[in-house]
Structure formats: structure tokens, C-alpha cells
Ligand binder design. Structure first.
Ligand SMILES: Nc1ncnc2c1ncn2[C@@H]1O[C@H](COP(=O)(O)OP(=O)(O)OP(=O)(O)O)[C@@H](O)[C@H]1O
Ligand SMILES: [Mg+2]
Length: 280
């Protein structure tokens, strides 16, 4: 459905993309990960044509995105849902109006757009009691879910996500990740997701692409990347995964051990046996 072929992009002397190729099929969830500054946002922006590649090609449904005139580009963008790191909601409009705005601007009749917006909001867990509020009257996680609903409301064929949880606190991150995981599992849209959330990538991705310095350095299923990474970046993610998600019980054991030897302030040192009993 989406094909990116050998795309290069430079900013003055900074090579942001150095021959990136990838594809996303319908219904597929592809997660793009890599260190800060490696070119992930630039790639997403090139796909949406918010940035112009210097060379290479991007095709969508067999048509060259780079050769599209402005009317074709408008139509192409309507078929894409784009979720940013920042919510970009308009504060003087209600949640419902924010969600419907893109559809109305794309020419949909107002009542039909409001119906589509309501359906999208319900899908991401934003109930009717919040629809008339201003964006400022929602939590960060709720605002980002409205951003997702806005992207979903046009029933896009492709969704581009650029670090949708990056500006949220950990509890809100979880809230938004659950919505994203649900969509990844059930949506017919292809999804290209830039995220640093390794647990999301491991659970929701059909494929993971790892980027470094403007290049895709590794591609594979979550299992492949986790068990047998071949790139330096892959090894780093593997280590991160192990430390965060598989070695956690060991840290609790180490803490129990430490407290056995720590003297208590102003008192006698209890026997190790007693401390272990207390710990248990
Ligand atoms: N508009 C711009 N002008 C000049 N340089 C830019 C511009 N946008 C990006 N760059 C540079 O291009 C490189 C890639 O940036 P990009 O934003 O794509 O990285 P990223 O992988 O999205 O990083 P992060 O994880 O921090 O969001 C960086 O070196 C960045 O400084
Ligand atoms: Mg970025």
C-alpha cells in the first residue's frame, strides 16, 4: 500500500535520510524505532509531504506521492491519519468540533461529520460527557485520545504516528498505548508508528524497523529483534528490554539483601535471620 524507495533528505549539511526504503501493507502495524535525531520524524514528514525528499520515491496505492499536484495531494492526505506528539487541538472549539473539523473541511456535510466524530471519540474512550468541553478541560491523555479520534474519524487507509505518547506522564502513556494497541489489533488501516515505547513495539508490531543515522539498519518481527538482533541499535534495544521487563524481580532480591547489612540508626543491628523474616 505504502512504498518508500531509497529516499534521501538533507538539511543544509545534515543528512537526515540516507536512502530509506520500506513498505507498509494494509492492516499491518510497522513500528519505527531509533535514537533521537536518526531521522524518524523527517521520514514521517516526507511520507505526508510536509517535507520534500531530495531524491527517491514514495508511492501510495501504486501512485507516486511526489508527483501529485495539489488537488491529488489533498485527496492523499485525506486518506492518511496523522497523530503528532503534541495534540494540536484548537482551544476555542469543543472536543466534538475539533474531531469533526477535518471532515467538514474535506467537504463532508456537517451532521455526517459530527456523527463520524462521535463514533471515533467513543472508539478511543472519550464519552459524551466530554464532547462539549474545551481541550483545556481534559487531561493530557484524554487530549491525545481526541487527537487519535480526529485522525481516525476520516477512516484513513494509513495512519502515521509520530511519538504520540512522548509528552505524557507514565500513567497517561499507558492509557494512550492501550488505545493504540486496540487499533493496531482491529484496524484495517496500515500503521507506521514512531515510538520509544518498547513494550508497545513488542506487543503490537507486525514488524519493527530500527533506524540509525538516516538509515534503516535492521528489520524483523519483535521476536527476531528481541532474541537475535544484528545491529548495534538492535542490541541496545534488546538490553533495554531485558533490564526493564525481565530482570525486575532480581532487583527486589538485591534490595532485600542490601537491607540485611545496613545498620539501623541509633539501634542494635538485628540478626540477618530477623531481617529476612521482616522482609518476607
Ligand atoms: N527543519 C530542519 N532543519 C534543519 N535540520 C533539521 C530539521 N529537521 C530535522 N533536522 C535534523 O535532521 C536530523 C533528523 O531529525 P528528526 O527530527 O527526523 O529526528 P528524529 O529521529 O525524529 O529524532 P527524535 O527522536 O528526537 O524526535 C537531525 O539531525 C535534526 O537536527
Ligand atoms: Mg522525531
Amino acid at each position: 500500500m505504502l512504498q518508500v524507495d531509497n529516499v534521501c533528505k538533507k538539511f543544509r549539511n545534515t543528512p537526515a535520510l540516507q536512502g530509506v526504503s520500506l513498505q507498509v501493507e494494509q492492516g499491518e502495524t510497522v513500528v519505527l524505532m531509533g535514537p533521537s535525531g536518526c531521522g524518524k520524524s523527517t521520514l514521517i514528514r516526507c511520507i505526508n509531504r510536509l517535507a520534500e525528499p531530495d531524491s527517491g520515491d514514495i508511492t501510495f496505492g501504486g501512485r507516486s506521492v511526489l508527483a501529485m499536484d495539489s488537488a491529488e495531494l489533498l485527496d492523499y492526505r485525506r486518506r492518511i491519519g496523522f497523530v503528532f506528539q503534541h495534540f494540536n487541538l484548537i482551544n476555542r472549539l469543543s472536543i466534538l468540533e475539533n474531531t469533526a473539523l477535518g471532515l467538514v473541511m474535506a467537504g463532508m456535510e456537517r451532521n455526517a461529520a459530527l456523527d463520524a466524530a462521535r463514533a471515533a471519540l467513543l472508539k478511543v474512550g472519550i464519552g459524551a460527557e466530554m464532547w462539549e468541553r474545551a481541550p483545556a478541560q481534559l487531561s493530557g491523555g484524554q487530549r491525545q485520545r481526541v487527537g487519535i479520534a480526529r485522525a481516525l474519524s476520516g477512516r484513513p487507509d494509513l495512519m502515521l504516528w509520530d511519538e504520540p505518547t512522548a509528552s505524557l506522564d507514565p500513567i497517561l502513556v499507558q492509557e494512550v498505548l492501550e488505545v493504540m494497541e486496540g487499533l493496531a489489533a482491529e484496524s484495517h488501516a496500515g500503521m507506521l508508528v514512531v515510538t520509544h515505547e518498547i513494550s508497545f513495539a513488542m506487543r503490537a508490531a507486525d514488524r519493527i524497523l530500527l533506524m540509525d543515522q538516516g538509515r534503516i539498519v535492521e528489520a524483523g518481527s519483535p521476536g527476531q529483534i528481541l532474541q537475535a538482533p544484528t545491529s548495534t541499535i538492535g542490541l541496545r534495544y534488546q538490553k533495554l528490554w531485558r533490564v526493564r521487563y525481565t530482570e525486575l524481580p532480581l532487583r527486589t532480591a538485591a534490595y532485600a539483601h542490601k537491607s540485611i547489612t545496613r545498620p539501623l540508626s541509633g539501634g542494635s543491628m538485628p540478626s540477618a535471620q530477623k531481617m529476612v523474616e521482616v522482609q518476607q
